[in-house]
Design a protein around this ligand. Structure first.
Ligand SMILES: Nc1ncnc2c1ncn2[C@@H]1O[C@H](COP(=O)(O)OP(=O)(O)OP(=O)(O)O)[C@@H](O)[C@H]1O
Ligand SMILES: [Mg+2]
Length: 406
């Protein structure tokens, strides 16, 4: 076994055999590579069924695989068809941790790149948009924000399992729980939050280093949907490091006609811009009206004579058989998510990481308490004010009445 300290790539090699408590898997092919890990297809040796594994370097500074695992376990409880099931997990000591999950097909970035004009037909973009919106509502419903909505984090299912019209949500490494389950409340908005995510699709708030909420995931979703439909966002030529310039574009999208026009080239401008205006009208604590956003998408489809059965671009010869659902109301459900992950991140955290998490938690609790007192005081003074005006007006009425009598 090669240690990651020796400078060699600690991630699995082709054909390498991986063991877990339950089974053995043979590594087949690299499917995608991120900063601290990679995704591979594997063969389960007990029954020759194919799966995907997501691996994270044991030495990764920011451990996020436990978040992928937790979120996917949460999704399993709501039985959504837009999330992969996790079937196994293990670690290869000093090299990497991994989870084994359902294998799906190409991601939506690659599927768009496969089209002749590098853009989806409007029908395909709207069908994919609706499915992704539903998966976002479901993720929010069980208490998580995604915070990295982008085409590479959605993929179609496999032809072999007849799921190639279904879209799956991927990559929960940047997710954040936005509810305090014990109290059934939304966590207090932090005054600032370091930038995370992908510059091109990041919501305005995240680029301004503000704490983001549910409506911000929808804003990123809209950028993604516009890119699918038009073939490119106005800031497509800018690099991830040009954050300030991208930020300027996104601000101008709210005010400058020429940017608005450029943005919605080939798109149902009225409906898409209405969604942007709607998300802009919400704040961190708002529970978005996902059904309204869905209605805008449906409206764009009807106005452009798109039928539910029209084929999608990556399967052009057959009618669309993807799920046609309406999003839920976004109300957060109570959920028991198993926080334990034997081999991965949460238990592998160093003392320093644990201490810093404790400190952060304490800080947030203090902030919450402060906010609660502020709220209580504000309520009290408002009540007092109301009582005072009530007394004054009843006094005035009484004197009016007595004046009438006399
Ligand atoms: N279950 C899966 N089945 C098939 N392919 C997958 C699966 N999970 C991920 N992939 C592929 O691997 C790519 C990377 O996966 P994911 O986004 O989860 O990893 P990541 O390391 O966070 O990547 P990045 O840093 O690029 O966002 C996806 O875009 C997708 O193409
Ligand atoms: Mg990703």
């Amino acid at each position: 076994m090669q240690s990651s300290d020796e400078g060699e790539d600690p991630l699995p090699k082709d054909e390498e055999e991986l063991k877990t408590k339950k089974d053995r898997y043979k590594v087949l092919k690299l499917l995608g590579r991120g900063g601290y890990g990679a995704v591979y297809s594997v063969l389960r040796l007990s029954d020759s069924e194919k799966f995907a594994i997501k691996c994270e370097n044991a030495s990764a500074v920011r451990k996020s695989l436990y978040m992928d695992c937790n979120v996917l376990k949460g999704a399993a409880q709501i039985r959504s068809r837009h999330f992969c099931t996790v079937i196994d997990q293990a670690a290869v000591k000093d090299r990497f941790n991994f989870i084994v999950m359902k294998l799906i097909g190409k991601n939506l970035w690659d599927l768009r790149m496969d089209t002749p004009e590098c853009r989806f037909s409007l029908g395909t973009a709207l069908k994919a948009a609706a499915q992704c919106l539903i998966s976002i509502e479901q993720l929010h419903r069980f208490g998580y924000l995604h915070r990295d909505i982008k085409p590479g984090n959605f993929a179609a299912g496999r032809v072999e399992s007849n799921e190639h019209h279904t879209i799956f949500m991927l990559d929960f490494g940047l997710c954040r729980e936005f509810v305090k389950r014990e109290e059934g409340k939304i966590r207090t908005q932090r005054k600032s939050a370091p930038f995370r995510g992908t510059t091109r699709y990041a919501p305005l708030n995240s680029m301004l280093e503000l704490d983001t909420g549910r409506k911000d995931d929808i804003e990123s979703w809209l950028y993604m949907v516009v890119e699918w439909t038009s073939g490119g966002l106005p800031w497509r030529k800018l690099k991830a490091s040009d954050r300030d310039k991208v930020l300027r574009f996104k601000k101008e999208l709210r005010s400058k006609e020429e940017i608005i026009e450029d943005m919605y080239y080939n798109c149902p401008r009225k409906e898409f811009h209405r969604i942007l205006k709607y998300t802009d009208s919400l704040d961190f604590y708002s529970q978005p009206d996902y059904q309204f956003v869905y209605f805008c998408i449906q409206h764009a489809a009807t106005a452009n004579k798109i039928k539910d059965t029209d084929p999608i671009d990556w399967d052009p010869d057959v009618p669309y058989i993807g799920p046609i659902e309406v999003p839920g109301d976004g109300k957060v459900i109570d959920l028991e998510v198993e926080m334990r992950m034997s081999a991965e991140g949460s238990n592998n955290k160093t003392k320093k990481e644990k201490d810093s998490m404790k400190r952060q938690k304490k800080k947030e609790e203090k902030e919450d308490a402060k906010n609660r007192t502020k709220k209580r005081e504000a309520k009290k003074s408002e009540k007092e004010k109301k009582e005072k005006t009530k007394k004054e007006s009843s006094g005035a009425n009484a004197s009016k009445k007595s004046a009438k009598k006399t």
